[in-house]
Design a protein around this ligand. Sequence first.
Ligand SMILES: Nc1ncnc2c1ncn2[C@@H]1O[C@H](COP(=O)(O)OP(=O)(O)OP(=O)(O)O)[C@@H](O)[C@H]1O
Ligand SMILES: [Mg+2]
Length: 745
Amino acid sequence: MKNNDKETCPNSPHETKLSFFNAIKTKFKKSPKPKKTSSPVPNKKEVGNNEHKKLFINLPNFSFNKKNKNLNNSASAKNYKSDDLPKISLENEVQTADKSITSLPLEEEKNNNDLENAIPKQATSSSTAFYAIGQYKESYVEDSPKFRVVVAIDFGTAFSGYAFSFLNDATKHIHMMGKWENGDPGVINQKTPSTLLLKPDGTFHSFGFTARNCYQDLSPEEAMEWMLFDNFKMSLYKSNNCNLEKTIEAVNGKRFSAFKVITETLKFFRNHAVQEISLQTGYSLSNDDILWVLTVPAIWSSPAKQFMRLAAYEAGLASSTNPNKLVVALEPEAAAIHICRLRQHQLVSDKPVLFDYLQFKASKEPQSQTKLIDEFEKQCRYIILDCGGGTVDITVHEMNSETGLIHELRAASGGPYGATNIDLEFRLLLEDIFGSDFVESFHTKCPNGWLSLMMFFESRKRAADPMKPSTFNIALPFSFLEHFRKMKGHTVEQVISRYGNPEIQWTFQGMLRLSLGTMTKLFQPCTDKIGDCIRDIVKSVKGIRYIFMVGGLSESPVLQHEIRQLSKYVCGSSVKVIIPQEASLAVVKGAVSFGLNPEILTARKIASTYGAAVLNLFDAKKHLQNKQLEKDGKLWCKDIFDVFIKADELINCGHVVERTYVVADAESKKMYVNIYSSPNKQPLYVTDADVSKCANICLDLSKAENNLKRLIRVRMEFAATEIKVSAVDSSSGRQVEASIDFINV
Ligand SMILES: Nc1ncnc2c1ncn2[C@@H]1O[C@H](COP(=O)(O)OP(=O)(O)OP(=O)(O)O)[C@@H](O)[C@H]1O
Ligand SMILES: [Mg+2]
């Protein structure tokens, strides 16, 4: 990590401009068009076609090959003769299977005994329906075209934004898209609300502050027709409900395709970024010049990540034939990358700062220029607490402060405890005072009035500070007062007075006044859950030195106070709380740094065990009787879970798991491998209760040579931000189109 003042000092406008223009002064040359790898796309017609009903037989051997880049070298694999291998036909086992494919061990492990003790893989059935809506292909192109600018999009539950950096800028300064039109008075944002407005016919109208303001200006009748979506990122939170047909609800209750909503959002950011950067640089930026980085919560499932990638392709960020133009970054990792580069004066002080001048003076002192990483011991452990609008992501890293390399110590945890829960608590309070029937009716019948109310609440919520006693006035919109009077026959004032809580009052100016106690109580469900998670982690991971707080909610003095108290009284004084200024931008800025150097994270813990089903020689001492199967005079045990990667195991980035398959039918156009996952570290059978089929790998053999029993070597990478697969026809050395599908399983 290099010293870099421009990059890490708070942006004086002058400095920002300087580094920005230094970057753009260097003349851009248009990069040559990237070579397109053709990828025939399977279509729906192919589903159920017998051509694709394949049977797999697999041998047990696999290995982790660190940075194994020699997949194309097929010389040693060619030494195998597939005729030497045991072949097992499983037509009786899997009714739909009609062809067989055999796998063989890697060459370094092959010997005659291996073949004798072969563990063939169970057949996959033809019901493996892969069809390519969105054309998801993970055939990673080795030499991706050169890009000139890295643009990271942080698509958040509540707020979204993007940042960018130029490759030819030696300072690697990170520029924020900071001018969002129609921002809220009283709320400073370098991000815009994740709010999308679609016209009644489902076409795009606007995004962010503009969308919200336009919706508020609609007549009540129009507001029932137009569709405004907010908090829709949360719809991807539950993995079991993540398919392209999924619909989500607009604020007026109308349902619309989630895929289209997310695609339109990403398209908006794509167009905005391209336009903005082109305008600033005077260079007409093409997609080839950009490496896109998209941030996702670390606790998101593979189907949710795939959903985002498909939407990104649809929006024009990368494509199925050029997937490397899009990098997925995990939000807490990006945040950690950003924080470690900060200097002391860029952190929120734990002492009250009385005058801006004193803070300014302190920032000039030499000790405040020390980078945080310089304070770390050689191996430093820390928690990244990313408290956003929807989710709270908690990850534990260990960093080697000499090399700057970080690895994950504990798989990401957390839950839906973000700041929108405070809004929900506020709604519950309104229901308590005014009745849930009224609140529901106001929400659906006056959606724009509801938005105004929540906007007022937002600015008051941000002002809450346990160290500064005050009260919080929330303006209730005229539509609220009127709707209540018509529906309930009373005035709002009468009801508040009847509610009888001295902490909640009606003011002469016509506002709902909450005491500090009432306001901080709204934070409590969130702060309690976050506190519980941290206690758990500190108990189970020893030697934690820091808690890094990032995300918008981490800017709240209420949460900051709670976490500082927790670290003092529960974790012990050895745990220090670190909060960067502009905590809500840590993710997007770190994502740009990640895009510039994706190798920065060296290892990850995988949350689930992954593997495939195999047949094994039957052993009465080990195997269940009902799993026995007789074939070619031998007894086999079916459904055995062949573990590729164990849950909670630390896997180096770049490590791959390999399997080699023999295609038994020369006419085969496609092969499928079913992938199973389990939270259990050592599941025995793929039929166990805690095991589920999570993906299938599709190998497109249409371009492979048509010789009988060719060998296909499949390479799977689990430690990247997304699970990646690639494959090679070992007989010819040619790349085979390989895709992994988590959605249509
Ligand atoms: N000072 C503050 N006090 C309380 N909440 C705040 C404050 N500042 C921002 N927030 C809340 O933080 C949320 C936005 O944070 P952020 O931008 O990190 O979330 P996000 O990225 O949209 O969410 P996620 O990461 O869950 O997808 C909003 O819900 C906002 O209400
Ligand atoms: Mg976020």
